[in-house]
Design a protein around this ligand. Structure first.
Ligand SMILES: Nc1ncnc2c1ncn2[C@@H]1O[C@H](COP(=O)(O)OP(=O)(O)OP(=O)(O)O)[C@@H](O)[C@H]1O
Ligand SMILES: [Mg+2]
Length: 372
């Protein structure tokens, strides 16, 4: 793929909102999805993912804002005239048609003959590894196989973009992981833009080029999986993706690009970010458990002493919880890399690097997701 085409904006949403009666389901969102991108909409139940996808498909019209496909304003273009296909969670394929006829259906609607369609159908069946299943009916297929046929049917007329709404939601864990690979391989082979809706953070992180993390109708952050994981823009993103420690603190000193923050009776250094945070402000500090080192060999830029309060064995790692004053910090350590010859109550030295800590205005603490 050449550089020019990879920068081409395939799907653009400009200030798009959707209000149902008086409920704001999507609140002024902006997206710029590039050609051939695997782009995910990630967020908890009810945050507006399906509504956003339905507006892109043309199944729902925005209350305000504009939608562009391939540079063309399609805000008022009906669904059937948009060059996108959608795969839904329930992957309905027609029960009275065999696999071949199911995939032929969208081509038939376009007036394409069976003869002309045959090589196209063969190509997509091969792609989803279902060539020998042409004559089967829906009830003769497993869930994963039905899902692959639904995918083949959505791909057969080679749309500009494929919209997938939790397409693997109904599959068991192993099949789900296997299908993730199938989907990703197909997307790379065809170079079709994918918009993938999921509430599963691991799925989004492992499959996507970029992710938009949604919360109550708004987009909190758009970034690569690495950016979303390592540089979460809000406490909500920080809490929704992976495990995270949150500690309250207060800024006691402001430097050129760092802040000195007091947490309980300790002082730590945080990097400044886009938030306007000043001396004396109350803040929320976050750090990933795997970035908190226990009794590190060298002295790290930040360190505190804390008492061991809990050890949980999790197979390949230990989750180690420590207390200092009224705060708590959890650390995750690879099982093979730690010598656990200390008792509960033992004092440990915890250390971490300045760039691994995020600092947020305390007002954003209310958006932390707590159900984990
Ligand atoms: N037709 C409608 N009328 C009224 N409210 C609606 C309608 N469709 C969706 N909503 C509301 O809009 C919000 C967003 O719904 P949406 O289906 O987009 O969420 P979602 O992120 O896809 O959630 P899930 O992960 O559960 O599928 C929800 O609170 C939902 O109840
Ligand atoms: Mg949904």
């Amino acid at each position: 793929m050449d550089k020019e085409s990879s920068n081409f904006s395939q799907i653009v949403l400009k200030n798009v909102s959707k209000v149902f009666q008086d409920f704001v389901a999507v609140d002024n969102i902006n997206l710029d999805i590039k050609k051939s991108e695997f782009f995910s909409l990630l967020g908890p139940s009810g945050c507006g993912k399906t509504t956003t996808l339905r507006m892109i498909a043309g199944l729902e019209s925005p209350t305000s804002g504009k939608i562009f496909l391939g540079g063309k304003d399609v805000t008022n273009v009906p669904a059937y005239k948009r060059d996108v296909n959608t795969v839904f969670q329930d992957y309905a394929i027609f029960p009275h048609m065999n696999v071949w006829d199911n995939i032929y259906f969208p081509l038939k609607m376009k007036g394409i003959s069976k003869k002309e369609a045959a090589p196209k159908i063969e190509k997509v069946l091969k792609l989803v590894n279902m060539l020998n299943f042409s004559n089967r009916y829906s009830h003769q297929l497993s869930g994963g196989q039905r899902q692959r046929i639904a995918l083949a049917r959505a791909l057969v007329n080679e749309p500009q973009a494929l919209l997938l709404d939790e397409p693997l939601g109904a599959l068991d864990f192993k099949l789900r992981v296997a299908m993730q690979t199938v989907l990703k391989d197909i997307q790379q082979e065809l170079g079709i833009t994918f918009i993938y809706v999921t509430h599963d953070q691991t799925e989004a992180i492992t499959m996507s080029d970029r992710i938009a993390v949604m919360r109550q109708g708004v987009v909190d952050q758009i970034g690569t999986p690495d950016e979303i994981y390592n540089k979460p823009a809000t406490p909500f993103v920080a809490s929704f993706i992976g495990e995270m420690n949150f500690v309250d603190g207060k800024v006691v000193e402001e430097y050129e690009d760092e802040l000195k923050v007091k947490i309980a009776n300790n002082f730590i250094i945080c990097k400044k970010n886009n938030y306007l945070i000043k001396k004396d402000d109350e803040v929320l500090v976050s750090i990933r458990p795997e970035k908190v080192y226990i009794n590190p060999e060298q002295k790290l830029p930040n360190q505190i002493y804390a008492k061991l309060s809990r050890i949980v064995f999790r197979g390949d790692n230990y989750q180690i919880t420590t207390q200092f004053d009224s705060s708590e910090l959890t650390s995750v350590v690879a099982a093979k890399s730690i010598n656990l010859n200390f008792n509960l109550g033992h004092e440990l030295r915890l250390g971490w690097y300045t760039e691994d800590v995020q600092v947020f205005p305390i007002q954003l603490k209310k958006n932390i997701i707590k159900y984990k």
